[in-house]
Design a protein around this ligand. Structure first.
Ligand code: C2E
Ligand code: CA
Ligand code: CA
Length: 775
């Protein structure tokens, strides 16, 4: 601002000289009056020019503000001219005159200008600012009245009107100052300088006005020169305020700042002082005391109440603010807060090249908990999951729930430390959750996206999206670890047709999933799902001990879909029961058909774990068996899912009833989930199907081999048949046989087959009738 600098120096020098002269009071009385009056007119004109110039340079709200200050200065200039006319030209010294009307326009106009200043959205409304200003003004009027004016009037000094006008000066000035102080805290920082200068200028004017009132009231004119100096300096500061107002200000940039307690209580201070002044006066007039004291008391009580309400409001505000930012169920950050933190982290990332990692977690099969145990239990589980994740995070990390069973963790800084947090989070899900007496093992699918230090192009939205894509990749592969985003990861369905798209890919694109769901419902209604059959072999004599029915969906456009591609939809949309029924009916029909051909073969069907709490299941199963004329012993029910509701009373009852009728019950994927051992203790079953993961590991992993061996021993001890799943080579088969495993299933023997191929296989093998049911 070199212009302000140059103009400022010249004008300051001139005004300093003027002030020195005012204080010195050299020359004759007439010269003094002439120089002072004309000096003030010139000064006022100059300041008006500065303010007009500021208004002209500005735009929008800022322009209106400076137009009002200019109006005030025009009034002040007019007052100075009228006063010069009276004092210098006519040689008279009247009070009040029309000059006072001109002078008083300044505080009023400045007050309007201040109220028009663009203030922050969360702050005061302009009406409230104006009211605060008025409250202070009236309070000071009252203080002035009780301390100065009332005694003066009693003593029969100046006329009432004159006193009113005289008092209007300090009262209006104080109102302006209050509003100015309140506005100062709420405007953009760029406005601070001009506003502070304006406030200082108005303060000096207020001081001058007080001196003026004092000298007028008490006819003491020795102090007037100090008032004049204060006026001159006040005007100079207003000119500086106009010259330093910044044109680059934006009306809409809001100053969202907390209202400070100072802002809050400032208007009340003068009220309390006014009450005190009134009380002092009442003490001197005992006849007024009872009524007036009661009035004062009332006001004090109202004030007290206001104090309390304001306090309560502040607490409420804090609570509401916190609520708007947290997830009500878990108390974690919600999406809004997370996005805010992420955006902030990305700013630091760009500025300080700091690594930002986002971990996206989605609990697998959470729907089963909701469906099986009800939503309150689901909620309790989510709370526990939230606690575990939070327990692993550092205080600098942000853990949020974005909805449903979706969690995210935002980590900044050293990627190795972030990795440790991630591993801790994943390990935290190794222990089962205890919900309503059930032990539930629930694991998350986890995806990680990292904005590395050197990657300055990354945006917060993209980073979160990448973490989600990575998480879906993890879910698709059902891999238990962490999937880190790489640019090859595809968020969308592989639309190339051809049948085996990535498992579950379709399910996660919501539009596609919606369409697929409709088609699936239709397929179920039209009985368009089919079954493949995979034989199980006796490890000792290679005979076929039975077949497992595996559901397939021949999709008109997408080809033959495997269970991985649509069972999630089945679980999520309550289609488990119709699928169970469809599979059972088809499988039993098939077995009956083969039986008619003289091939008696046992069949295993997979049943979703939550269906096992359906007390009508055993009767339904029995009915189907008898409809097909099949003995119960030919059917095995495999309980799938890693999440089995082991303690559910109904599950016990259903399993027992099935077994009472002679239906066999198997635990599927044994060893893949938690509580495998506790199932064995609690549930009475006939068969254990060793999980493929275990079986493939036996050759290379000594520990896995030891566990498999122990499980087989244990099963034998409990009278259960062990079936090894996923046997792909002879070595594994041999080893399992050595361990005492009875039955094997896997690609080594046969993949799942179409009914026709299965029939050919059965025909070629012709198992002896006694070997059909493994025991
Ligand atoms: P599961 O019950 O463990 O079925 C065995 C799965 O392993 C089948 O996959 C089968 O094709 C595959 N498999 C068999 N031998 C081998 C092998 O040697 N190596 C490898 N890598 N895999 C082998 P599929 O048919 O995709 O079924 C996947 C899962 O879907 C099943 O796992 C079962 O949990 C579920 N499922 C299938 N059909 C039904 C059904 O009708 N109802 C229910 N509730 N679930 C079903
Ligand atoms: Ca199975
Ligand atoms: Ca299995």
């Amino acid at each position: 601002m070199p212009r302000v600098g140059r103009v400022g120096t010249v004008v300051t020098a001139a005004i300093l000289a003027f002030c020195v002269w005012l204080l010195g009071g050299w020359g004759s009385q007439a010269t003094r009056i002439a120089v002072e009056d004309i000096g003030f007119v010139v000064l006022a004109l100059f300041v008006t020019g500065c303010c007009g110039h500021a208004a002209w340079r500005q735009h929008g709200r800022q322009r209106t503000v400076w137009i009002w200050v200019t109006i005030g200065m025009v009034g002040y200039t007019a007052g100075s001219v009228i006063w010069a006319y009276h004092e210098w030209w006519r040689g008279e010294n009247p009070f009040p005159t029309t000059a006072d009307a001109g002078y008083l326009i300044l505080p009023v106009a400045v007050c309007v200008a201040l109220l028009l200043m663009p203030v922050g959205t969360s702050g005061y409304t302009h009406t409230r600012l104006a009211l605060d200003g008025f409250i202070v003004a009236v309070a000071f009027f009252q203080i002035g009245w009780w301390t100065l004016l009332d005694p003066l009037l009693d003593s029969g000094g100046a006329g009432r009107f004159a006193i009113g006008v005289a008092l209007a000066y300090p009262v209006l000035d104080l109102g302006v100052l209050t509003v100015a102080l309140l506005v100062l805290g709420r405007v953009q920082p760029a406005q601070h300088r001009p506003l502070a200068l304006l406030v200082c200028g108005m303060t000096l004017m207020a001081v001058a006005d007080c001196v003026f009132v004092y000298s007028n009231m008490l006819d003491d004119f020795t102090v007037v020169k100090y008032g004049s100096v204060a006026w001159a300096s006040g005007l100079l500061l207003i000119a500086f305020a106009a010259l330093s107002s910044d044109v680059s200000l934006d009306d809409h940039a809001d100053a969202e700042r907390e209202i400070s307690p100072f802002d809050m209580w400032l208007p009340y201070v003068p009220i309390v002082l006014a009450m005190a002044a009134a009380l002092v006066r009442f003490a001197a007039a005992p006849e007024l005391a009872p009524a007036l004291i009661a009035s004062v008391l009332l006001i004090v009580l109202v004030l007290l109440r206001q104090f309390i309400v304001v306090g309560e409001n502040r607490r409420l505000l804090v609570a509401v603010e916190a609520q708007a930012m947290t997830d009500p169920l878990t108390g974690l950050a919600n999406r809004a807060l997370f996005q805010d933190r992420l955006a902030h982290a990305m700013v630091l990332h760009r500025r300080d090249q700091q690594t930002v990692s986002v971990l996206s977690l989605d609990l697998d099969d959470f729907k089963l908990v909701n469906d099986g145990l009800g939503h309150p239990a689901g909620d309790r589980l989510l709370v526990q999951a939230a606690e575990r994740i939070l327990g692993c995070a550092r205080s600098s990390d942000t853990v949020a729930r974005l909805g449903g069973d979706e969690f995210v963790v935002l980590m900044e800084g050293d990627p190795d430390e972030s990795r440790e947090v991630i591993h801790a989070v994943l390990r935290a899900f190794d222990e089962p959750f205890h919900v309503d007496g059930h032990d539930l093992l629930l694991r998350p699918s986890a995806g990680l996206a990292v904005a590395a230090a050197e990657d300055s192009e990354q945006s917060p939205e993209r980073l979160l999206k990448q973490a989600d894509v990575a998480m879906y990749s993890a879910k698709r592969s059902r891999s238990r670890g962490l999937h880190t985003y790489s640019p090859g990861d595809m968020p969308d369905v592989d639309e190339r047709g051809g049948g085996h798209t990535a498992p579950n890919a379709a399910v996660h694109d919501s539009a596609v999933a919606y369409q697929l769901l409709g088609e699936l419902r239709q397929a179920i209604d039209n009985r368009a799902l089919t079954l493949a059959y995979q034989p199980k072999f006796d490890l000792h004599d290679d005979s076929i001990t039975g077949v497992e029915a595996l559901v397939r969906w021949p999709h008109p456009d997408r080809g033959l879909l495997g269970p991985d591609q649509f069972l999630q939809l089945v679980r999520d949309h309550g289609l488990m029961r119709p699928i169970n029924e469809l599979v059972l009916t088809q499988a039993l029909n098939q077995i009956a058909q083969w039986r008619d051909l003289g091939l008696e073969v046992a069949v295993a069907v997979n049943v979703f774990a939550p269906s096992l709490s359906d007390l009508t299941l055993p009767a339904g199963v029995e009915q189907e068996l008898s409809r097909c004329g099949l003995p119960c012993e030919l059917l095995t029910v495999e309980i799938t899912e890693d999440l089995l509701l082991g303690n559910h009373e109904h599950t016990h009852a259903v399993i027992d009833r099935l077994r009472e009728r002679g239906v066999r019950v198997a635990i599927d994927d044994f060893g893949s989930g938690y509580s495998a051992l506790s199932y064995l203790r609690e549930l009475h079953v006939d068969e254990l199907k060793l999980d493929r993961g275990f079986v493939t590991a036996v050759l290379d992993d000594r520990r896995a081999a030891a566990i498999v061996r122990a499980v087989i021993d244990l099963a034998r001890e409990l009278g259960l048949t062990t079936v090894a799943e996923g046997v792909e080579n002879v070595e594994t088969a041999t080893l399992l046989k050595d361990y005492g495993c009875q039955v094997a299933q896997g690609y080594l023997y046969s993949p799942p087959l179409s009914p026709a191929d299965m029939l050919s296989l059965l025909r070629s093998r012709r198992p002896a009738p006694g070997a059909t049911i493994s025991s």
